[in-house]
Structures are given as C-alpha cells and as structure tokens.
Design a protein around this ligand. Structure first.
Ligand SMILES: [Zn+2]
Length: 602
C-alpha cells in the first residue's frame, strides 16, 4: 500500500506542470500567514497578515526543529517566552550564515536588535489579533515588495545543497535498500515521516501512518513487510500521496444550508470516524464513483447501457509482444503500461496520533466499473408516484442509514422515527456497502437482519431505500430462490413473497372499509405476519371477512375486485409455513412493498 501511495505522490510531482514551485525533497509546500516587513538594515517596519502557499525548507518533524526563515511567533519572536524554540530558529539562521540574502535578518536579531526584534515583539500583539498569532511568519524586505527572503532562489538552492550533502553522508555511513523503491539512491534514516493531515478523528497537527522511535522500528496497524525500511524520498512521496488523497477536491457551498463544504475527489466520508480513499493508478478520475453518492438517473442509465468494456484492449499476443520487446530494449514504461489501469481503495481512521488502515482493495479499473454497473442493476427499485411506477436509485449513504438505529420521537401527537446520528453502525454499514459496490461481493445477512428489525419496530414501514437494500441482499445471497425483480412480479410464487402481497391487499381492504384508523393492520400485525405466518394469517383472514362484508354494502364494485385479487393470491399458496426464516422475512417485506406501491399509489 505504501508503495502505491509513494507512486501516486511521485506521479503528482511529475504532473506539477505549472512549474511555479521548485520540487525537491529538501523543500515543502507550507502556508504562510504573516509578513514581517523589515528594512535592509534590519529595522522593523510592520506586520502584514494574509494567507498564501509558499515553498520552504522541509523539516523531518516539527518538534525540536525550526524552519529556515519561516516559522511561528514562538520561534521567530520568542513569543510566549519560548526561549528554546527561539534558539533553534537562531541556530538554523547561523547554519546559513554565508548567505548574503540573510544579512537584513541577521541585523534584525543582532546589531539592530532594538529597532528590529525588540520593536517587532512590541508591535506583534498590537498588530496581530490573538487567534491569528499561531500562523507562520515570513520575512520580507521593505524595498523589495513581493520578495520574501526564504523564497529567493539562492536561499532555496542552499537548502537543497545542504540536503544533498547530508544524504550523501548518510549513504556513506550505511547502504540499505529501500523496501518501497528497491533502490539506494536515498538513505534510510531513523527520522519520523511527515504528518498526515485531515484524518477523521485524528489530531489537528496530523497523524503518522508509519511511526517508529529512535532506537527500533515499531509498527502501528501495519503488518510484516510494511514494517521495514523506507528511504527518505519514498517517505516524502507516500506522505504527499496520502495527504493529496485526503484533501483533493473543491470547496463548495451547500445550496440549502449555505454552509461551505469540501467536495472531495478521492475521498468518501461514511460515518464520522472513517474516510474511504480511492484512486486509479493512472490517476484518471473514476466518475462512476460519484454516482454511488449522488445517483443521477440519467447517468446511471448511460452506464447501464454502455458496452461492458469501455477500455479498449489490445490482444493478448500484442501485449506479450510489447512486454518482450520492452525487456529486450530495457524500456520499463511499456511493461508498466502493459496491464490495464489499476484501482486502489482503503479505509482509514484516526486514533489520536496514529492511523488505522482497513479494507485494502486492489483491482482493475474496468472491474470496478462493471461492479458499479451491477450495483445499480441490483439496487434498482420501482417506486409509484402520481399513478406511474418508475425506477429509483439510492445513494450508499441512504442505504447505510437504513441500517442505523432510529429514535422514536413525537410531533403534534404523531410518532415518527429519526436516525440516531451517534450510531456508529451507519459508518460501518457504509464501509461494508462500499466494498460490496466496488468489488461486487455478497452483502452479509446481518444487514438484512438489521433492516428487518427496523421495519418491524416501525410497524412495517418500508421505504424505497430499505426495499432496495433488501432486494440487493436477497438476490446476491439467492441460492435456488427466484430473482427478486425491481417491480411487482406476478410470476414469483415464493410463499413468503406472495404472503407479503396478500398482506398489502388485506391492509387495503381494511383501509377501504374503515378509513385511516389509528392502529391499522400494518402497525398491529406486520411483525407477526412476517415472522409466524400460519397463525397470523388465519386470524387476519377472519378479520378481513368483516371488513369485506362492510365494504360490500358500501362499495360493492371495489369489494368484488379486492376479494378477487385476494383469492388469486391465496390460491398461489399451497401451504403456509409456521415460521419464515430470515431470507423469507426479506421476501415477505419486498412482496409487501411491491404490492403496496401498486395499490396505494397507482
Ligand atoms: Zn525508496
């Protein structure tokens, strides 16, 4: 996994075509928020707050280190009495004393200290509001507007020079092959890797994916061979790759709430404590994935109708020939491009300073596309609105929430249920469903158990998300049972499915005879009818005779039609079992959903 992340980071570096910044292991992109403007003689001019990305010295860890010319007020101004941090900063300046570009800064701290550092300290709290005082401060020359000292070419070159010298000396000490790139171009050292930012439930300062102390390597949440040596370069590229996956996207504003949010390109947040990250080896966007979150009917139809393989394949012979040729010519790129695009995904969660990684997926991109297509075929469900049935598709989040815990609430004397936002199962179900959608796997039956319990608890209320999930689970664990269609299936004679339909007709007869009663047949009997059909249906059919005779007096035509409908369905059942097993309870629920949609909404 680290190898794939390092490869992604490396690819992003190569694709950084803007060329605006110098890319080197010695340098890193940082945020700067305050300009400390000084004159050439080191005297203080003013602070200017702003926010911009910049390129500065890369340091291995923030603790016990200061960055050249770009750091926080504690380091730069000894703010808060941080003597040690300030000393680290001055020591770092001293390491670069041969650079003439640093002369004004040196004067600021030494010969012109009274007009420089001392005045800056006094002005800092006056000019910078408290909540902005923890940001990075950059030195900037008054006469040279726009030029910050740490951004000057000579300064950056010197940083690179020092880094390369250090790497050389480390390599001279011991030559070890990196377990990620397999090379010894860069040293393997006992220094912490970069921090991973933006991890759900993680520390604000960032978390470590691979973490070890000075003496011995230690692994957290990683197994066997991942717990081995990584060179300084791969340590940077995998951290960059992972940070990019966690943050890549666009800032958008929610139309309803007017709140800003990140529309992530390579990340899904399912539940509060986990993020799912994904990417294609070629780094091309996988547009189909967006549909899992925001199912747009039109796009799903296109996907379903598309030919199964959208990626053009060379014949196998051509492939093999290409590989042989490339080996002969020593060209690795053809070998690397030989296989079709690969898709990667994993789930990540933070636990204080560490990161836990689960569910690593590595498969071909075309396989993922086919699986997503199958996912929509299997979760499609018919819904009746204004008299016509049409196919609807659900977002994974809706399906995950359908498995969650709901709390009973009351409003204007009516009970209703609301999702318990603290329920951790929603996040877990989201992860499971994500894996199922991408890998075409069978959903576990415990999801069916959960959703059926929910439906029984709520007196038989089945919405399209619940029906869609039940259909998916039943069909993928089907065995010899008939396929559940997306809409009402008169050919499905499975006892439980037919019983579900009968239950919907009985509900309809009662509704027509008595109107909207407080505790109708659904609220009172759905649970029993779906668990113990033999005893419950005996009782229900007797009850229905009363409703039918009342209806025959009031609406004779309707009574005849409903009775006929009922008799046809009853004739399809040869024997009522005393109990329905879990799958049969699911078939019952779907039969009921299908028939009820038809009766009540058409
Ligand atoms: Zn390496």
């Amino acid at each position: 996994m680290i190898r794939e992340l390092a490869e992604l980071g490396e690819k992003n570096r190569q694709n950084d075509t803007a060329g605006a910044r110098l890319i080197h292991d010695a340098l890193k992109e940082e945020t700067m928020s305050i300009d400390l403007v000084i004159n050439a003689d080191g005297s203080f001019v003013q602070f200017i707050p702003f926010e911009k990305k910049t390129t500065a010295e890369a340091i291995f860890a923030k603790k016990g280190k200061a960055r050249l010319l770009l750091d926080k007020a504690e380091e730069v101004l000894e703010y808060g009495g941080e003597k040690n941090k300030h000393k680290l900063f001055l020591d770092k300046l001293d390491e670069y004393k041969e650079l003439k570009e640093l002369e004004p800064v040196r004067l600021f701290y030494a010969q012109n200290k009274n007009n420089g550092l001392e005045r800056a300290r006094k002005e800092f709290e006056k000019q910078i509001p408290e909540k902005e005082r923890s940001a990075n401060i950059a030195f900037r020359l008054n006469k040279d507007q726009g030029k910050r000292i740490h951004e000057q070419q000579e300064v950056l070159q010197k940083i690179i020079e020092k880094r390369e010298k250090w790497e050389k000396s480390e390599l001279a000490k011991s030559v070890r092959l990196c377990s990620i790139c397999g090379k010894n171009n860069h040293p393997v050292v006992d220094l912490p890797h970069g921090m991973i930012k933006n991890v759900p439930d993680g520390q604000k300062a960032g978390c470590a994916l691979v973490s070890y102390n000075e003496k011995a390597y230690e692994s957290y949440d990683l197994e066997g061979n991942l717990n081995s040596s990584i060179c300084t370069h791969c340590a940077i590229t995998y951290v960059e790759g992972l940070n990019w996956l966690l943050s890549n996207g666009q800032r958008k504003t929610d139309k309803k709430t007017k709140k800003d949010y990140m529309d992530y390109t390579n990340r899904k947040n399912l539940g509060n404590d986990t993020a799912i990250l994904f990417w294609a080896k070629s780094n091309q966007p996988v547009n189909e994935i967006k549909l899992l979150d925001e199912p747009v009917e039109e796009d799903i139809f296109k996907l379903i109708q598309a030919s199964p393989l959208t990626i053009k394949h060379k014949s196998r012979d051509e492939d093999v020939k290409g590989v042989l040729n490339s080996i002969q010519k020593g060209k690795a790129d053809i070998v690397n491009n030989f296989s079709s695009d690969v898709f990667y995904s994993f789930t990540l969660s933070g636990a204080a300073a560490r990161i836990a990684v689960r569910d690593w997926i590595e498969t071909s991109l075309e396989n993922v596309r086919l699986n997503i297509k199958q996912w929509f075929l299997d979760t499609a469900i018919s819904k009746y609105e204004n008299g016509t049935g049409h196919t609807v598709y659900q977002a994974i989040r809706n399906l995950a929430e359908a498995c969650g815990t709901y709390l009973k609430k009351e409003k204007n004397g009516k009970d209703y249920y609301e999702l318990d936002k603290k329920d951790p199962f929603v996040g877990r179900a989201g992860n499971i469903l994500w894996g199922i959608a991408l890998m075409g796997k069978k959903p576990p039956l415990n999801l069916l158990d959960r959703i059926l319990r929910r439906i029984r608890l709520e007196g038989g209320r089945i919405y399209e998300d619940r029906a869609a999930l039940i259909r998916l689970i039943l069909n993928r664990n089907r065995g010899g049972n008939p396929m559940i269609l997306e809409k009402l299936d008169s050919g499905n004679k499975q006892a439980a499915y037919v019983c579900g339909k009968i239950f919907a007709v009985l509900e309809s007869i009662q509704y027509q005879a008595l109107g909207d009663t407080n505790a109708g047949i659904r609220d009172r009997f759905f649970s029993a009818a779906s668990l113990t059909p033999a005893t419950t249906f005996g009782r229900l059919l007797k009850m229905t005779q009363h409703h039918l005779s009342k209806l025959r007096n009031e609406k004779p035509g309707l009574a005849i039609n409903l009775d006929k409908d009922l008799q046809v369905l009853i004739s399809q059942i040869h024997e009522l079992p005393s109990v329905f097993n879990l799958e049969e309870q699911g078939q019952f629920a779907i039969g009921y959903y299908h028939k009820r949609q038809e009766i009540f909404n058409s």
